[in-house]
Write a protein that binds this ligand. Structure first.
Ligand code: MG
Ligand code: ZN
Length: 531
């Protein structure tokens, strides 16, 4: 016995024995093993690598009329922990959104384009499913569509991301409490395509006029009916979402194929008659709903169109997507601060576009006089064009996405589909203008031997070729380079915000499977690991 330690008196000794026994009785063992939280909110910016952060930061720092000089994501980083995440799937260098989200959801290495499977092809329970099993509420929110790879990987198990019919049915069979996005076409029976049919007439009554009734299904299952039978309350527009009861499961499908992009969202957000909720509004509704469960919740919110802007070489739209997501990040951060007992993780599944501002020898600025003493006898004349800050303002002023411009062109009557029409469409909505010859280049057929740049094999999406060419043609004016039409392996930032003891571990470099395991542990979920 240590002679320096004073012996406790008999009374104090008994008291301390009772006290420590009580501690063991009443404090759950997990407190000793791991600090935990009640809720996890996972925010995924699809395609949001460090380069996309840079775009948003350039706006905040350099745009003449930036609405803020400090982004919410900066606040989240400065009050949380910042790490980097590697994303590769099993046996490949580069990841797609399906495998990446699967890894974040399950903690298992996945295979390219798989949904909710390990790389051998076995379904693995996701963090969402484990949270549900533990009695927590669960939610998925996305500005793409609910059956798209990122949300799908949290509550579906299918060999390929394109199997959206089956994914839709997995999602409702999984009893996810709140699902808010687009993607209605995978829930409607094939028969709706026949405008004379009874099923069309019936669904036309149920679903508001502004939504086109199309089906992507190859069968006649009506998943809206199936969802209702499973206790879902269905909503199709903003107003009915805002007023939806919070004691029933909620399925909101606000469009056929995709939610409006960030430019459209910014243009319409103050319109009272707006039919589509914003990403932030969907997130607010999901949090109101899920936080009614005393046992807590798991919520995944995806800003998915950052990736789409990367695939279409469209920096103006990408900037708006980043700023749109930043509003949601701000709300979630405030919510977590106010409610406590919550871990917020902000990350991405990969970088898209190998995007960046770059210096060039195009349009090198003229020599300038400077006041500084070193420039008394010489002019300031850098050899290259390092990019004028007004480029950021011009990107911000873009009025339509490249994809909207091309759809507008495609919708013209045949005889009006001329280079001149395309030039007018682009120049009417972009501060960066194209010439008639450039419009002709954009319209040349894909198999004409003309490709967007030397990396032609990396422009894999036929439907994006015109957008990619437009991006390439304007790139020298925008001081922007695009390295690919797909994804890169750049490690992506991961930001954790919440109790110090939990977020500490996110510092450093981790693989997406490790981030998944940290999130599951934070929720107090035990995870059997197979490798
Ligand atoms: Mg996605
Ligand atoms: Zn992508």
């Amino acid at each position: 016995m240590d002679y320096r330690r004073a012996k406790p008196s008999g009374y104090r000794k008994i008291y301390s024995v009772i006290f420590s026994s009580l501690l063991f009785l009443f404090i759950p063992q997990q407190v000793f093993a791991n600090p935990t939280v009640k809720n996890v909110i996972l925010l995924i910016g699809d395609g949001m690598g460090p380069q996309q952060y840079a775009l948003a930061l350039s706006y905040a720092r350099l745009a003449s009329n930036a609405h803020t000089r400090e982004l919410n994501l900066e606040k989240l980083i400065s009050q949380g922990e910042l790490g980097l995440m590697t994303t590769h799937p099993n046996n490949a260098l580069v990841v797609d959104s399906a495998a990446s989200a699967t890894q974040l959801a399950t903690g298992h290495y996945s295979g390219s384009e798989m949904i909710g499977l390990d790389y051998k092809g076995n379904p693995q329970k996701t963090i969402l499913e484990r949270a549900r099993d533990a009695g927590k509420s669960t939610g998925l929110v996305s500005d793409t569509r609910i059956t798209h790879a990122t949300p799908a990987a949290f509550a579906a198990h299918q060999p390929h991301r394109s199997m959206e019919d089956k994914i839709a049915s997995d999602l409702i069979n999984n009893h996810v409490d709140v699902m808010l996005s687009a993607g209605l076409w995978s829930f409607l029976p094939q028969g709706v395509e026949d405008r004379e049919s009874k099923v069309y007439a019936h669904l036309r009554q149920q679903i508001p006029e502004h939504i086109k009734l199309n089906s992507k299904r190859t069968d006649d299952r009506n998943l809206l009916n199936e969802a209702e039978a499973k206790g879902y309350h269905l909503v199709f527009d903003r107003e009915s979402m805002l007023t939806a009861p919070e004691n029933k499961k909620l399925l909101g499908l606000f469009d056929t194929k995709k939610m409006p992009n960030g430019i459209r969202e910014h243009q319409t957000e103050n319109q009272k008659s707006r039919k589509h909720p914003t990403l932030k509004e969907m997130t607010i509704k999901a949090l109101d709903h899920l936080s009614k469960n005393k046992k807590g919740f798991f919520l995944m919110v995806e800003s998915g169109q950052i990736d789409w802007a990367g695939h279409t070489s469209d920096a103006g739209t990408m900037l708006h997507q980043m700023l749109q997501f930043d509003k949601t990040i701000g709300y979630v951060m405030e919510w977590a601060e106010k409610n406590g007992d919550t871990l917020v993780v902000l990350t991405a599944d990969h970088e898209t576009g190998s995007f960046g501002f770059s210096y060039s020898n195009f349009d090198v600025p003229k020599a300038k006089r400077l006041e500084g003493s070193a420039f008394k006898d010489v002019k300031f004349k850098p050899k290259y064009n390092f990019g004028a800050p007004k480029i950021i303002d011009m990107l911000y002023q873009q009025k339509k996405s490249w994809t909207e411009m091309m759809s507008e062109f495609t919708a013209l009557p045949e005889e009006q589909k001329t280079a001149e029409s395309l030039m007018n469409i682009v120049n009417g909505s972009s501060e960066f203008k194209i010439s008639l010859a450039e419009a002709e280049e954009i319209l040349r057929p894909v198999d004409d031997g003309f490709y967007v740049n030397d990396f032609k094999e990396f422009y894999v999406y036929f439907n994006n070729h015109r957008q990619n060419r437009l991006g390439m043609i304007l790139s020298r004016h925008q001081n922007i380079v695009w390295g690919t039409g797909t994804h890169t392996d750049t490690p992506v930032p991961v930001v954790a915000f919440g109790p110090e003891a939990i977020i500490r571990q996110f510092n450093g470099i981790h693989h997406s499977t490790e981030i998944a395991i940290m999130m599951k542990k934070a929720l107090g979920l035990t995870i059997p690991q197979s490798h």
